[in-house]
Design a protein. Structure first.
Ligand code: ATP
Length: 867
């Protein structure tokens, strides 16, 4: 496997750098800090996601948030590309073969690289990946690398008491125990199977016998059940018929008893006939009773007619008296009615007259009250000043009020002037001439002004007092004037009203004078009407007592008298018919008739009953015969049914027992068969137990031997010897290329401590520490390549970061040859150096510069063959 290129995006100082490699020696040159080692770091990060400088975060170019590395490799015609993201948070890493993704996760990509190179990161960095200044570390770490390569630590782990061999041995032991147990179980099961087979064949025989008996019993039981069911069907009919027969017999006997009782209590037919005739005879009493009742009714009607006749006669005599009185009153009653008519005619005028009389009375009252009011108002007005007088006083006061207001206004102006004057005096200037004032003058002027101000204040008080009095007086007078005016108005309206009343009075008196004779006439007629009213009222009360009415009542009296006569004649007729017969006799006869009739009815009822009973007896007898015939034809006896039932019960019990036995036998056999099946199954599973025991015993023995062999370090020693031989072989074949002047080299193992010896041609050896620096570097490179070959044939590159560091000048020039020669061992070399001397060994010179960000200046003596 060789490296074709590596791309660094935001990786350390690289923003976006593509570094292409060729076969042979690739030398990466540049100033310190140019970003050379970053390229190597990027390759290691791409392979194993190893952050060379602390964490992954440190690899991200400052100021950026995302970065990645892409490494392209090839093996023959197959290309591989690794893409790793510079993040530890779910990185989207990718490994592709011929541009086809084969792994898509960080872990998957690392595992894929391990498979491709056949080494892990430790082996790679201990062999072909040489970090800065660490080229000779291989001598010190040789033992470690060998142990790692041969996995010797794993052998120790393998044989330890906690190791996998012991664990496996324990497992085999446990399995063996189980296998032996299974053997024992197999023997037990074989014995049990034999027993079960014997039991099963016996059980099958018993079952056969039991089943055949059960079949037979069921057949018989079936027949008996059918028979029983038929008898049960007949039984219900039998029971119904029997009960019918019984019921009929009972009924017949009851009827016969009753019939004989009835017959016993019946007298002879002659006796019954005699009784019937007696009843017939006695029935005549009903006619007598009717006649008696008629007679009584006639008596009652006669007495009612007599009383009605009496009443009517009294009525007639009264009527005749009233009719005579009515004739007497008739003339005066007519006079009264004429008076009423005349009064009615005068009534309108008389009513008007009385109305006017009342109105006049009212007006007289009104005249009295209105004159009293007018008089009171006049007296009141006389005690008050006149309206004109009050008005002139008010106008005088108003004038005074305006004088006082003007004087006050003048007074205020005056006071303001005085105040002004006082302020001028305080300002030391004469208020009159404006010249400055001396003290004396000033005091005088001030006192004058102040005196004047005081008298003004006093006058102001006086004026204000008078002004308020004047205003109050004006208000008072205005009120008085208003009152006088109101009273005057009232007086006027009272006088007007009085005049109106007097006028109306005169008018009414005139009207009354005209109506007065009519009113007098009306009153005169009224008194006459009062005199005749009682007579007229009596005449009205007698209005129905006329001559026609007297005649009508007389006719009624005559008709009643006729009816009464007729009634009395009928009474006479019936009286002679009922001679000697009274109510008591009729009642006695009636009692006798009732008794005889009751007796006759009872006997006839009995006779009828006897007839009906003998009819019923005959009827029931016929029914009885039919039922008895049906019963005989049933051909059924309860005894037979009982016997069949007993047999069914016995057979059912037998069947139950046999079923139980059969069921239990079948169950037992089934259980045996199931157990046998299980045993056979288990035995089949246990068949291999014997072989297992054998195999496990052998395995246990072998593991024992293996632990002993491994425990005695035999294998470890053997492996180391074998590895040492191989390493010696590879080392000598690689180192040959460096022409170091030694005949051969040997890796020495001194109880796990490895060292390298260089043999001179004279077979003398020297320790590696005694060699020159260049020789040591060449040997270190050879040893690294030899180890790499041992570990893997797949690695076709070697990376060296600053191999010349710590070397002096002569050794550095030796390294040029070493590097050149190394190509014959490993086809691709990537060497990072700031040492321009090494450039001479390069097939492909890659110059890295840093002008704020690292980039590659390619100078290609040889074209890169792969991208
Ligand atoms: N996270 C980062 N972002 C950007 N630049 C970085 C970062 N970390 C380191 N550097 C710069 O990267 C450069 C180091 O790169 P590198 O070690 O590859 O240089 P070099 O050429 O190998 O130097 P030398 O020869 O001294 O070893 C330095 O200039 C350093 O300042």
């Amino acid at each position: 496997m060789k490296i074709a290129s590596v791309k660094l995006v935001n990786f350390l100082s690289h923003e976006d750098t593509l570094v292409r490699f060729s076969e042979g020696v690739n030398v990466i040159v540049g100033q310190n800090g140019a970003g050379k080692s970053s390229v190597v770091d990027a390759i290691l990060f791409a392979l194993f996601r190893t952050p060379s400088r602390g964490g992954i975060g440190e690899l991200l170019r400052r100021g950026t948030r995302r970065g990645l590395v892409e490494l392209s490799m090839f093996e023959g015609d197959v290309t591989y590309k690794v893409r790793r993201e510079l993040t530890s948070n779910n990185p989207q890493d990718l490994l592709m073969r011929n541009n086809e993704p084969i792994h898509r996760s960080a872990r998957g990509v690392t595992a894929g690289i391990r498979d491709l190179l056949k080494v892990d990161e430790n082996v790679l960095t201990s062999t072909v990946f040489v970090r800065q200044g660490r080229i000779e570390d291989v001598f010190d770490s040789l033992g470690e690398v060998m142990t790692f390569l041969l996995r010797l630590d794993r052998i120790e782990k393998l044989v330890s008491t906690n190791g996998p061999i012991r664990a496996l041995q324990q497992k085999v032991e446990a399995d063996l125990k189980i296998a032996e147990e299974r053997m024992k179980r197999r023997e037990e099961l074989t014995r049990r199977r034999k027993d079960l087979e014997v039991q099963l064949s016996k059980g099958e025989e018993e079952l056969m016998v039991s089943e055949s008996e059960l079949r037979e019993v069921r057949r018989t039981l079936d027949d008996y059940r059918k028979k029983r069911d038929t008898l049960l069907g007949l039984q219900s009919k039998y029971v119904t018929l029997s009960s019918d027969v019984e019921r009929l017999l009972k009924k017949i006997s009851e009827l016969e008893v009753e019939l004989s009782e009835v017959k016993t209590s019946l007298p002879s037919d002659e006796k019954i006939e005699a009784l019937r005739r007696k009843v017939e005879e006695l029935s005549k009493v009903n006619e007598l009773k009717l006649k008696l009742q008629n007679f009584k009714n006639l008596e009652d009607a006669g007495s009612t007619l007599s009383s009605q006749l009496r009443t009517l006669k009294t009525q007639l005599s009264n009527l005749e008296v009233r009719a005579a009185r009515r004739v007497q009153l008739e003339a005066k009653a007519r006079q009264y009615e004429e008076l009423r008519e005349a009064l009615n005619k005068l009534n309108g005028e008389y009513m008007e007259y009385t109305r006017l009389e009342a109105a006049l009375k009212q007006l007289e009252e009104k005249e009295k009250t209105t004159s009293a009011v007018a008089e009171r108002l006049s007296t009141e007005l006389e005690s008050m000043p006149g309206e004109r007088e009050i008005s002139s006083e008010i106008s005088n006061l108003r004038e005074r009020e305006s004088e006082l207001s003007s004087e006050l206004k003048y007074l205020y102006t005056k006071r303001n002037e005085l105040k002004e004057r006082l302020s001028k005096i305080r300002g030391e200037v004469c208020p009159v001439c404006g010249r400055p004032l001396d003290e004396e003058h000033k005091r005088r002027l001030k006192s004058e002004a102040e005196d004047e101000l005081l008298s003004l204040d006093a006058r102001e008080v006086e004026l204000n007092d008078e002004l308020s009095w004047t205003r109050a007086r004006v208000k008072e007078l205005e009120k008085q004037r208003e009152k006088v005016s109101v009273l005057l108005n009232q007086l006027q309206s009272s006088k007007a009203e009085l005049e109106l009343v007097l006028k109306r009075k005169r008018e009414i008196s005139d009207q009354m004078e005209k109506l007065e004779p009519l009113a007098k006439k009306f009153e005169e007629l009224s008194s006459k009407e009062k005199e005749l009213r009682a007579i007229h009222d009596e005449f009205l009360r007698l209005s129905d007592s006329t001559e026609e009415e007297v005649q009508r009542v007389k006719r009624q009296v005559e008709a009643l008298e006729m009816k009464l006569r007729d009634n009395l004649a009928k009474q006479e007729g019936l009286k002679s018919e009922l001679q000697g017969i009274d109510e008591r006799y009729v009642e006695m006869m009636e009692r006798e008739l009732r008794n005889a009739q009751t007796q006759l009815d009872r006997l006839q009822e009995l006779k009828q009953r006897a007839y009906l009973l003998s009819q019923s007896v005959e009827d029931y007898r016929r029914q009885l015969e039919v039922k008895e015939e049906e019963l005989r034809s049933l051909n059924y006896t309860p005894l037979e049914l009982e016997k069949v039932k007993e047999e069914v019960a016995r057979l059912e019990e037998r069947e139950r027992k046999l079923t139980e036995v059969t069921f239990s036998l079948r169950g037992q056999n089934e259980e045996r068969r199931r157990e046998l099946g299980q045993i056979s199954e288990e035995l089949r599973n246990l068949e291999v137990a014997a072989e297992d025991v054998k195999r496990l015993r052998v395995a246990y023995e072998r593991l024992n031997r293996l632990r002993t062999v491994l425990g005695q370090s035999k294998l470890k020693g053997y492996l180391i010897t074998r590895a040492k031989d191989i390493l010696d072989y590879h080392l000598n074949s690689v180192v040959k290329e460096f022409n170091l002047g030694f005949s051969n080299f040997e890796v020495v193992n001194d109880d796990g401590k490895f060292s390298v010896r260089a043999y001179r041609p004279d077979r003398q050896w020297v320790d590696v520490r005694a060699l020159s620096g260049g020789e040591r570097v060449a040997l270190a490179i050879s040893l690294r390549l030899a180890l790499a070959r041992m570990a893997s044939q797949e690695i076709g590159f070697m990376v060296m970061d600053e191999p010349t560091i710590h070397l002096d000048e002569s050794r550095r020039s030796e390294l040029v040859d070493i590097v050149r020669n190394a190509v014959s061992i490993v086809p691709q070399l990537i060497v990072v150096t700031h040492d321009r001397e090494l450039e001479t060994a390069g097939d492909n010179i890659i110059e890295v510069v840093n002008d704020g960000r690292s980039k590659v200046l390619e100078r290609r003596p040889q074209e890169a063959r792969f991208e």
